[in-house]
Design a protein around this ligand. Structure first.
Ligand code: TRP
Length: 456
């Protein structure tokens, strides 16, 4: 344990606060925006089953491992990883995580900026109700880089302000109120979407698996999506766990967060696909999917009471912006904690470093959506950042963490953290966890990565 650090560092105030803030990091655009378009792209229900498998088999053990690293050290990501064994070199995993989350924050802020714009459009009742006009509306907005770039930077600045106010005041208080609200609103919109004519096709697409669509790529995308959605593989969970106290049950918290995260993603699917099928939008239409289908739900499903439709749409985008915010906060916090503690500068100064770097990435990403000619390795920069992080950097971070905890960390440390220093934790549970971080997680990730690079 780093002496002195624990007293200076913030702690989460309550048990519920910890779970909500960590769940707030997990629940975000990954669930509502990325999960539906990945599901649409990979053929529906079969993808969801594989995704669920990835969460149970790799996600939960991976989360517990990051929690162990973070809570053991009560320090920023790089120092936390360096303090697990006597070899400081493992700190590189933390550095990789900081780099990954900085890139993610860059492109994530662009989508969060789109949501901000749609919040405004919902307030003014501006977006089209028909699928074609909604599509045109989205293309016109993202086709001009200036507004999306400014909105993305604005979003990063909002994140910055909250980060500077500190952990308990900023992150925890807001999560407590707004997370449950998002959940309830999702249920309302799912109901509305499923009531549209022809919606049953979408429900079937989500719930009836067609295994002929499953290729090796589907596994890779499911793995990337699972890690992205759980905020796994960038030391984000490790950073949050460094604020946990010694009573936080790690396995139970990881499982609860994974369940909440999965349910929210599934609800987002149930909200979007019935509507997409009802109005004839292709389920595989990519990142624009939710921005095209949702305006239709609001306009058509609530046509009997437009005022209600208006209120629901405004509330929905407001909560989506909030969900994105609790996620961007967690990405920002990783680097901020690192620079603050390692360079020994003020938190606000550390936060500025992140804010400036991420703003530059966000600007370039927004530009690459408007001018797809701005490419890296044949893909627009925005897509490239998304794929590089979700399908290479996150799995690599999780793989290395798993190897560290499974093979190199002192067994006593792992056991103490896993069991909260109590001897009442069933041995079988610990053995199963250990087996999975030693063998299952590394093997599965390596196989999937080897396939990605064309070796298998
Ligand atoms: N999990 C978040 C979402 O689903 C995104 C996110 C937040 C994230 N922090 C992260 C992804 C760290 C990877 C790493 O929207």
């Amino acid at each position: 344990m780093t002496t002195g650090m624990t007293t200076e560092r913030a702690n989460f105030g309550s048990k519920l606060g910890i779970i909500l803030a960590t769940a707030g990091s997990a629940v975000g655009l990954g669930n509502v925006w990325r999960f539906p378009y990945m599901t649409g792209h990979n053929g529906g229900a079969a993808f969801i089953l594989i995704y669920l498998g990835c969460i149970l088999l790799l996600g939960i053990p991976g989360m517990v491992s990051e929690f162990i690293v973070g809570r053991h050290s009560h320090a920023n990501a790089a120092r936390a990883y360096a303090s697990v064994t006597t070899s400081k070199r493992w700190g590189a995993i933390g550095l990789l995580g900081i780099l990954t989350s900085t890139i993610i924050l860059g492109f994530y802020a662009v989508v969060a900026g789109w949501c901000l714009y749609y919040l405004w459009a919902a307030v003014t009742g501006d977006f089209g109700g028909q699928a074609e006009s909604a599509q045109l509306y989205f293309q016109q907005f993202t086709g001009d880089a200036l507004r999306p770039a400014l909105l993305a930077i604005g979003f990063i600045l909002i994140t910055h302000i909250i980060i500077v106010r500190g952990v308990r005041d900023g992150i925890e208080r807001a999560s407590k109120l707004l997370m449950p609200l998002l959940f309830i609103l999702l249920l309302v919109i799912v109901g509305a979407s499923c009531s549209l004519p022809g919606a049953s096709g979408g429900v079937e697409f989500l719930l009836k698996p067609d295994f002929s669509k499953v290729t090796a790529d589907v596994f890779l995308e499911a793995l990337g999506q699972a890690f992205f959605s759980l905020s796994l593989g960038t030391a984000c969970l490790c950073t949050y766990a460094s604020y946990f106290n010694h009573h936080t049950p790690l396995l139970r918290s990881a499982s609860q967060i994974a369940v909440v995260d999965f349910i929210i993603a599934l609800l987002a699917g149930l909200m979007i696909f019935p509507a997409a099928f009802s109005v004839g939008v292709e389920p595989d239409s990519g990142p624009s999917l939710i921005f095209i289908t949702l305006p239709t739900v609001f306009r058509q499903a609530f046509s009997f009471m437009p005022l209600l439709g208006w209120a629901v749409s405004v509330m929905f985008y407001a909560l989506l912006v909030f969900a994105a915010l609790t996620s961007t906060i967690s990405m920002h916090e990783i680097g901020t904690a690192f620079f603050h503690e390692e360079l020994k500068i003020k938190r606000s100064q550390a936060a500025w470093i992140l804010t400036v770097v991420c703003s530059v990435i966000a600007m370039l990403c927004a530009l690459s959506v408007a001018r797809p000619a701005i490419q890296v390795l044949g893909k627009p920069l925005m897509d490239f950042c998304d794929l590089l992080t979700a399908q290479v950097m996150l799995p690599t971070g999780a793989l290395l963490t798993s190897i560290l905890i499974g093979w190199y960390a002192p067994r006593k440390l792992v056991h103490d953290e896993f069991s909260n220093y109590s001897s009442s934790t069933p041995t079988l549970l610990f053995r199963t966890y250990l087996f999975s971080v030693r063998y299952v997680v590394p093997l599965c990730i390596v196989l999937i990565l080897l396939h990605q690079f064309g070796v298998l």
